[in-house]
Ligand binder design. Sequence first.
Ligand code: ADP
Length: 261
Amino acid sequence: LSVSARTVRDGDGGFAGAALAYKDVTDLVRALQVKEEFIALVSHELRTPLTSIHGFTALVLERDDLPEDAVHQLQVVSRNVDRLDRLVGDLLQTAQTERGTVDVVRRPTDLAALVRDCVEAARPALERAGLSLETHLPERLEVSVDPQRTAQVVDNLVSNAVKYTRPDGRVEVCLGVADGGVELEVRDTGIGISPRDCHQVFSRFFRSRHVTEQSIQGVGLGLSICKAIVESHGGRIEVESAEGVGSTFRVRLPYDAPTGD
Ligand code: ADP
């Protein structure tokens, strides 16, 4: 049952009583369950053929007798399969996080190396988009996190920075220890986010009007997944942005500094 209550006032604004409304939401809850099950099932079914396409494309690309234009075409296939795979993964994970927090398996991890790897993986996309890259990373930063999930957060923030920044812009990735916590910042000189939208970017399926009008691809799941992952680590994620100037996404994670003994 969903219950809502309201105060009822008389003509002079005095308290006249209270109204309670009870609503049976059984059907709604059931519909939501069906939706989750459907998303999970479809995502699983899509994953299998995608894995096969991905594997065979990679295999053909390894041949050294391919004409150059075929290599380029296959690279496009490969990038699009990756995109589809990420989308399916996001849908699957969204269906899972709707039921609670993300499962996190912590391991001692060199976060500096992890961020460096993510940035390197994004370098071709950065170059293709005509963006310059700046990094401020320590040599090592040992923390206890789920490496796979954390990489997913970094990948997402960096790929958004690339996606929402026009050619000749800059993407900056900084990592360090601040206020007793680990702080990761991904900054861009991109299109920015309006103050009103800043409150909503971490909500599922939210996309600003700006990006839908410009037909920039995406479904609005990445940041909600990032938030769920960061919060499952006991951390938080926030954004500072100015339209037409750029955005800074900041992730803070708890940091237990090594004692050295
Ligand atoms: P998607 O990128 O697929 O739309 P996200 O959940 O990653 O989904 O982002 C939600 C929305 O937040 C985006 O559609 C966009 O409006 C805004 N956004 C996210 N990152 C940035 C950024 N770096 N610069 C400007 N807007 C952004």
